[in-house]
Design a protein around this ligand. Structure first.
Ligand SMILES: NC(=O)c1ccc[n+]([C@@H]2O[C@H](COP(=O)([O-])OP(=O)(O)OC[C@H]3O[C@@H](n4cnc5c(N)ncnc54)[C@H](O)[C@@H]3O)[C@@H](O)[C@H]2O)c1
Ligand SMILES: [Zn+2]
Ligand SMILES: [Zn+2]
Length: 382
């Protein structure tokens, strides 16, 4: 089958790889119809992780079930399903408590927790930027879609990762109706966090970035765009909140945060959140940070350390939550918001490409070229 394979920094190719197949009685085999490129893929694409050459990318996957293992009872051949990016067992200590983002049995390294398709340090699972995907524990990991599955495919594929992840950022921050919320990053995740805050009834949502196309999408859904190449975002947020700071803040950028000139500043978004969120406010960090980043230009960050304003964070009595999103905690409810016509997260999709065009998609999305806000691939179309 064809798949998007990592060749080395800034290099992917569409190649023939071994066919995905049923390997365990509880597996499901899915023919992928839509699979997205994510900001998390870009950390790997740029060579800033331990992702192995020759592996297949793709953790935001949707498709049609074509085969089920003998132990699968709920999911049927022909079902249209969307897969959480987390690969989880459903029966370990963490899964039982809802933390499928830190599954203990699907991660082979006993020093780590959590697994995902096509992801550095998240187990051996191949990604879904391919014609087919093996889904372990299919009954647990497949979210079945209804009769509008094909019609709303671009909305539903956002349930694999970024819509739940944006929602999770607002949960970690504690967003409540009426709250003022500041979001750093207007990539797909930041836009989904803004959208989630708005769906929850936030009073005022401010989104900080420096790409006008992404900020325009934030404005389109009713958020206030903040261009940090033109204004000081901390002063702007204070000005909008009677000098107090926002009630809640979300980090949707991650460890490759940089200033508008491109110089990496891995501590910038976290420290700006501490400054622009009020005393007793909440901060949700879903942008990825890593235990070590040898490729960082920042000496501390090479060792996974940040010059974090902890004193100010403590003094302000802020709370902060972080980590990968437990997609299963939210995907069913968010599916029903889409089905009920209350949410259309596909508003961020800028490009639909064939699998063969993935290298072009990676290059443009990685360069944050104007207008390339979210790329989806359609393997079945190529
Ligand atoms: N926690 C999770 O489960 C989870 C899931 C999906 C993605 N992520 C992570 O979320 C982050 C964002 O993903 P994405 O797909 O939106 O990526 P993206 O790279 O497309 O978007 C990041 C945006 O942040 C902006 N930015 C960079 N530095 C900034 C700064 N200092 N201040 C304000 N904005 C800045 C960029 O201009 C860009 O628009 C990545 O780290 C990704 O790995 C985490
Ligand atoms: Zn993703
Ligand atoms: Zn588990």
């Amino acid at each position: 089958m064809k798949a998007v394979v990592y060749k080395g920094p800034n290099d992917v190719a569409v190649e023939e790889v071994a066919d995905a197949k049923i390997e365990h009685p509880a597996d499901v085999l899915v023919r992928i119809t839509t699979t997205n490129i994510c900001g998390s893929d870009l950390h790997m694409y740029e060579g800033r992780t331990s992702f192995e050459t020759g592996r297949t990318f793709g953790h935001e996957n949707l498709g049609e079930v074509v085969e089920t293992g003998p132990a699968v009872s709920k999911v049927q051949v022909g079902d249209r399903v969307v897969l959480p990016f987390n690969v989880a067992c459903g029966f370990c200590k963490n899964c039982e408590r809802g933390y499928t983002n830190y599954c203990l049995t699907m991660q082979p390294d006993p020093q780590l927790a959590g697994a995902a398709y096509g992801f550095a340090d998240m187990g051996p699972y191949q990604g879904g930027q391919a014609e087919y995907l093996r889904v372990p524990y299919g009954d647990f990991n497949c979210l079945r879609l209804g009769e509008d599955a094909v019609e709303k495919e671009l909305d539903y594929v956002m349930l694999a990762d970024i819509f739940p992840t944006g929602w999770h950022a607002t949960e970690l921050a504690g967003v409540y109706p009426g709250d003022s919320v500041v979001i750093y990053g207007a990539g797909p995740v930041g836009l989904m966090a803004a959208y989630s805050a708005i769906l929850k009834g936030a009073g005022k949502v401010m989104v900080v970035d420096r790409h006008s196309d992404r900020l325009a999408l934030a404005e389109q859904i009713g958020a206030i765009p903040v261009d940090d190449s033109a204004v000081d975002p901390v002063a702007f947020v204070k000005d909008q909140t009677m000098g107090l700071g926002a009630d809640r803040g979300c980090e949707c950028v991650g460890y490759q945060a940089h200033d508008p000139s491109g110089t990496e500043r891995p501590d910038q978004t976290l420290n700006r959140l501490v400054d622009s969120v009020r005393f007793t406010g909440g901060i949700g960090v879903v942008g990825v940070f890593v235990p070590e980043d040898p490729g960082s230009p920042d000496e501390l960050a090479k060792q996974g350390k940040l010059a974090f304003d902890y004193g100010k964070h403590w003094f302000k009595g802020q709370t902060m939550g972080s980590g990968q999103c437990p997609v299963k905690k939210y995907n069913r409810a968010l599916r029903d918001l889409v089905a009920g016509g209350k949410a259309t997260p596909s508003f961020i999709v800028s490009h639909e490409l064939k699998l063969d065009d993935a290298p072009e998609g990676y290059k443009n999305f990685d360069n944050r070229e104007d207008g390339w806000t979210k790329v989806v691939l359609h393997p079945a179309a190529s």
